[in-house]
Design a protein around this ligand. Structure first.
Ligand code: TPP
Length: 549
């Protein structure tokens, strides 16, 4: 006989969980009590949005569901920011919510929310467990749903009286992973299409990749001399210094790369959905009928034909697909080999930062310096804002599990994501990039880094504005600035107030020593870079945009 709380913790342990991210609530005290005697580590956060983003980054870097616990009502609604990210990004995650007791349900009791309706459009599955005896079944199913097909967030609602009830229940068994493999027939069709193509192009995206799969797609690209691009914020899927790497197809795509995708006769899309952002509003590949011959590989049948009608649909996870296709070799030396090299040269040129720009701090040389000193396995995280361009365009990602960036374009992600990443990989360097606006959305999780002794480095690129929106505002409504100016705290002092290390960079040359001091401090650090708001993009100033120069 066990309590519901104990059964939850047992089911988590059976599924290999070693940590969970939470903000406590009186609604799930029975789970916290059971955790007290378990091997699972609870990482207590400062706001549920941050906790859910940590769980998302956990899922992103490990492929296993990140686990998050929050309380009902306000806890759940705060956490929804992270749930939406996991949904759009196809990340496995499970959010457990303490729910009101059964006798109070349907009366709009204190903090009562109907989670099936609230999360209806932003979660993969929502379940409320009314009978504690069914916890082993339903929690294990939550793992299976979160990880299978197109991964995503699952919500498990836990009525308070269910958690304290004492029942007899079967022992939980771990979820059995489902692999989706391509058939030989599809592989032969793809082989034939590639053998008759003139200028094919490969796009990698989505999730259900791993380090081995990333190595395999590299070998495939070498065997076939294929140019490879990555979808928006999926840069960790291909070594940027490999001679077949063509660049990232995201916001502000390299025009030469966009042209290559548009003019390709065959596009092999592995894993991603190639949504609105990477497709430049469905112009690089037209929806629903592409100009190119499209081969779409996806682990979920419902994604095949949803946005684009493919010539050939292959229902397989990226990892299973590359394993199977690695055995196929070209019939003759590919005619496009030289074009592939030219695309990489274009990428190298595109990813070389400008050395000058307005103001006393130049981001170009700072990025160049970071490229020299950051190890290949460093993990970089960010949220949303124009500052992210510096990371996406100029950081050359080399390996799998080195990126934490939401394709949903959510601000506030970088700091909590870095906390989760550093906890998972304490021996690796973890750098969060944030704008001043972005940092202030979940900057309180810096306290979590301090509490757990996780020496992340947060680089706050402070231009005193919600820069992206100011840029759009100046372009669409020149000179009519409204609601985009920010008065910020002293970020270095804020870091010190939290118990971390703080640095302020007012000139370019101050960055390198500040970064080295951050490294040797052994503490979580904020490095504030005071960036001139005119430096709104690597190549254009705010005034240029306003004056349409
Ligand atoms: C949660 C959330 N709220 C609002 C937005 C809209 N938005 C996109 S970028 C941006 C401004 C980002 O400002 P900052 O972090 O200071 O970076 P900057 O653009 O100035 O480099 C805003 C408000 C968003 N993407 N996500």
């Amino acid at each position: 006989m066990k309590t519901g709380g104990k059964l939850i913790v047992d089911a988590l342990e059976a599924n290999g969980v070693d940590r969970m991210y939470c903000v406590p609530g009186e609604s799930y005290l029975a789970v916290l009590d059971a955790l007290h005697d378990s091997r699972i580590r609870s990482i207590v956060c400062r706001q549920e949005g941050g906790a859910a983003m940590m769980a998302d980054c956990h899922g992103r870097l490990t492929g296993r569901p990140g686990i998050c616990f929050v309380t009902r009502g306000p806890g759940a609604t705060n956490a929804s920011a992270g749930v939406h990210i996991a949904m759009q990004d196809s990340i496995p995650m499970i959010l457990f919510i303490g729910q009101v007791a059964s006798h109070a349900k349907e009366r709009e009791a204190f903090q009562e929310v109907d989670y099936r309706r609230f999360f209806g459009d932003i979660a993969k599955w929502v379940v409320e467990i009314d009978d504690a005896a069914r916890i082993p079944e339903l929690v294990t199913r939550a793992f299976a749903v979160a990880m299978s097909g197109r991964p995503g967030p699952v919500i498990v609602s836990l009525p308070e009286d269910m958690l304290t009830s004492v029942v007899e229940a079967p022992a939980a068994l771990p979820a059995t992973p489902v692999e989706t493999r391509p058939g030989e027939e599809e592989l032969s069709k793809l082989e034939a299409l590639l053998n008759s193509a003139k200028n094919p192009f490969v796009i990698l995206g989505g999730t259900r990749w791993n380090a081995e799969a990333v190595e395999r797609i590299k070998k495939i690209s070498e065997a076939w001399a294929l140019p490879v691009g990555v979808s928006f914020r999926r840069q960790m899927l291909f070594d940027h210094l490999h001679e077949n790497y063509a660049g990232d197809i995201g916001i502000g795509v390299n025009p030469k790369l966009a042209k290559a995708v548009k003019e390709a006769d065959l596009v092999l899309l592995v894993g991603g959905r190639f949504g609105e952002m990477p497709s430049s509003d469905y112009t690089l590949i037209k929806s629903p009928y592409p100009d190119q011959t499209l081969v779409h590989v996806h682990a979920d049948t419902s994604e095949l034909g949803r946005v684009y009608r493919p010539t050939l649909a292959i229902n397989a996870s990226p990892a299973a697909f590359v394993e199977a296709f690695a055995k196929r070799k070209p019939a003759a030396k590919p005619v496009w080999a030289e074009a592939t090299k030219a695309l990489h040269a274009a990428y190298l040129e595109w990813s070389t930062p400008p050395l000058t720009g307005p103001g006393a701090v130049q981001m170009g040389p700072i990025m160049n310096w970071l490229e020299k000193v950051l190890p290949e396995d460093a993990i970089l995280t960010n949220g949303a804002g124009n500052y992210a361009t510096w990371v996406h365009r100029f950081h050359r990602f080399r390996r799998f599990a080195t990126q934490g960036a939401p394709t949903s374009g959510s601000m506030g992600y970088g700091t909590p994501a870095a906390v989760a990443a550093k906890g998972l990989f304490p021996d690796r360097e973890v750098i969060a990039f944030a704008g001043d606006g972005c940092f202030m959305m979940n900057g309180q999780e810096f306290a979590t880094a301090v509490q757990y002794g996780l020496p992340i480095i947060v680089i706050v690129v402070n231009n005193g504005i919600y820069g992206t929106i100011r840029m759009h505002q100046e372009r669409e409504y020149p000179g009519r600035v409204e609601a985009t100016d920010l008065k910020n705290p002293d970020f270095a002092a804020l870091a010190r107030a939290y118990g971390g290390h703080g640095e302020t960079v007012r000139e370019t040359d101050e960055f390198a020593p500040a970064f080295e001091r951050a490294r040797s401090s052994g503490k979580p650090t904020i490095i504030e870079i005071k960036l001139d708001p005119e430096a709104i993009t690597p190549t254009r100033t705010l005034s240029d945009i306003r004056d349409k120069r």
